[in-house]
Design a protein around this ligand. Structure first.
Ligand SMILES: Nc1ncnc2c1ncn2[C@@H]1O[C@H](COP(=O)(O)OP(=O)(O)O)[C@@H](O)[C@H]1O
Ligand SMILES: [Mg+2]
Length: 409
C-alpha cells in the first residue's frame, strides 16, 4: 500500500447525529464512524452505519474513554457537527495529533468571554464587554457604559446585551436598557457576558479552512435574524468581500484555526466598519449549508469534512471548490416558520406563494401534537420555505413579506 491508501483506512468521526452529514461522507467514500446519542443506535445498526453511542454532556474525565474507543477503531480526526461537540472534537483531535493545545484552542470557541478577549487582543474590533458574576456587575456595567457615552440623567440609556457564555441560537440572550430589566435576571443566568450594543447590518460567514488558509468564503446575508437569510449576499454587501476576507483571515490566524469550518458573525456599518459578533466552528443554523449547496452546487457538509482532514490535498480542494460569488447560479434563501398561534389547527399555504417563480419547496407540516412548544431562542421552527431566484432584492422582499404571513392557524 502506498501512503494515501494507508491513510484512507483511517476513520473520520462525525460528532453528533446528522443525516445530511452522514450522506455527505458516505458519498465521499471516506470511511467513518458516527458518535451520537444512544437513541440512534438502532437506526445506525439497521442502516449499516458504524456507530459509537455517546452522551455529549459536560466534557469530563470520561473523554479519554471516548478517545480510546475511537482510537481502537483506527480514527484519525473528529468533526464537530453541533455546538456542544466542539470542545469534544478539540479534546479528541488533541489526542489524535498528540498536541494538547488543540483542545485549549477549541475552548476559545466555546466561551464567549474568552473568545471576545482573544479577538480584542488580536486587534479585531469588538464592543465593550465584561463577564458578570452578579447583578451588581450588570448595574455597574450599564451605568459606566452610559457615562462613557456622555449620557446625563434623564437621557435614554444605550442598551447592553447579556448572554450565557456558551449557548447558541440566542438562548438566554437579553437586551437590557435599565435597572428594571436587570431585576428580572435570575441567579442561574450568572456568570454571563455583558456587551455594548453593536450597530450595523448583521451577517455571517462560512469559511472553509485547510492548513490555516481560507479555501472558500461564503457570506450569508441575514434578512431577519433567526428567521431568514440568503446566499450569496447582495451586491451591496459582497462589495465589502475583500475587507471581510481580511477580517476572517485575521480571526483564523489569531485563533490558530487550522482545519474545518468556521461560522463567524459580524456587524457592518454603512462606512464598512466591521464589528466582530462571535464565531462558531460547526455546522451553522438557518439551513445555511443547504443554501450553499443550492447556490453553488457543492455539498458544504463534504466541504467541512474534507477541510477537517489534514490529509486532503491542495489539488483535491481546488477541484472541489468553485469560484466564490461568480459561480453561484442564483440566490438561495430560506424562511424559517414559527407558528404565531398556541394551538395549531391547520396549515395555510397560499396559492400565490406556490406559484411564485422564486418558490422552491417547503417542509411545513401539521404536528402530531397541536400544542406549539414553548420557544427557547430560535431552537424549534416548524418548517422552512426555500426560495431561489436571480435578484437579491426580490429575494429580500419575499422573505420579509412571508415572515409576516400566518402559515399556521
Ligand atoms: N452586542 C450586541 N450588539 C448587537 N446585537 C447583538 C449583540 N449581542 C447579541 N446581539 C444579537 O443577538 C444575537 C444572538 O447573540 P450571539 O452573541 O450571536 O449569541 P448566539 O447566536 O450564540 O445565541 C446576535 O445574532 C445579534 O443579533
Ligand atoms: Mg450568534
Amino acid at each position: 500500500m502506498d501512503k494515501s491508501e494507508i491513510q484512507e483506512t483511517k476513520l473520520t468521526a462525525l460528532l453528533g447525529w446528522s443525516l445530511p452529514a452522514i450522506e455527505a461522507i458516505d458519498k465521499l467514500n471516506k470511511p467513518y464512524v458516527v458518535v451520537g446519542p444512544p437513541d440512534f443506535q438502532e437506526f445506525a445498526d439497521k442502516n449499516g452505519i458504524q456507530f459509537v453511542a455517546w452522551d455529549f454532556e459536560q466534557l469530563n474525565e470520561r473523554s479519554i474513554e471516548l478517545y480510546e474507543k475511537l482510537a481502537a477503531l483506527n480514527t484519525k480526526v473528529a468533526v464537530p457537527i453541533y455546538e456542544e461537540t466542539v470542545e469534544w472534537a478539540g479534546a479528541l483531535n488533541a489526542h489524535f495529533n498528540n498536541d494538547p493545545r488543540i483542545f485549549n484552542r477549541s475552548l476559545l470557541l466555546r466561551d464567549k468571554g474568552l473568545m471576545k478577549r482573544k479577538a480584542q487582543m488580536a486587534g479585531i474590533r469588538v464592543g465593550v464587554f465584561e463577564e458578570a458574576y452578579t447583578k451588581d456587575d450588570v448595574y455597574r456595567f450599564l451605568k459606566r457604559m452610559n457615562e462613557a457615552l456622555i449620557k446625563m440623567d434623564g437621557d435614554v440609556n444605550d442598551p447592553i446585551h447579556v448572554k450565557p457564555l456558551n449557548k447558541a441560537g440566542t438562548v438566554g440572550h437579553r437586551l437590557i436598557r435599565d435597572a428594571q430589566d436587570i431585576d428580572l435576571m435570575g441567579d442561574t443566568e450568572f456568570p454571563c457576558l455583558m456587551e455594548s450594543h453593536l450597530d450595523g447590518q448583521e451577517f455571517s460567514c462560512e469559511a472553509f479552512i485547510h492548513n490555516g488558509k481560507i479555501q472558500f468564503l461564503n457570506i450569508t446575508e441575514y434578512v431577519q435574524l433567526g428567521h431568514s437569510n440568503f446566499i450569496p449576499a447582495s451586491p451591496a454587501l459582497e462589495e465589502w468581500r475583500p475587507r471581510i476576507r481580511e477580517e476572517v483571515q485575521k480571526l483564523v490566524d489569531s485563533f490558530e484555526i487550522k482545519y474545518g469550518v468556521i461560522h463567524p458573525e459580524y456587524f457592518i456599518a454603512a462606512d464598512g466598519t466591521l464589528n466582530f459578533g462571535e464565531v462558531a466552528a460547526r455546522v451553522p443554523g438557518g439551513h445555511i449549508f443547504e443554501l450553499i449547496e443550492r447556490a453553488y452546487g457543492f455539498s458544504a457538509f463534504q466541504a467541512q469534512i474534507l477541510c477537517s482532514d489534514p490529509d486532503t490535498t491542495e489539488e483535491e480542494l481546488q477541484a472541489f471548490f468553485p469560484e466564490e460569488v461568480t459561480s453561484a447560479r442564483g440566490y438561495a434563501g430560506s424562511l424559517m416558520v414559527y407558528p404565531k398561534v398556541k394551538l395549531i389547527e391547520r396549515l395555510n399555504v397560499p396559492e400565490e406563494l406556490k406559484t411564485n417563480p422564486y418558490f422552491e419547496k417547503h417542509d411545513m407540516f401539521i404536528p402530531v401534537t397541536s400544542k406549539v412548544a414553548e420557544r427557547v431562542g430560535f431552537g424549534n421552527h416548524y418548517g422552512t420555505i426555500f426560495f431561489f431566484g436571480d435578484d437579491s432584492e426580490k429575494m429580500r422582499s419575499l422573505l420579509k413579506q412571508y415572515e409576516k404571513y400566518d402559515f399556521y392557524l
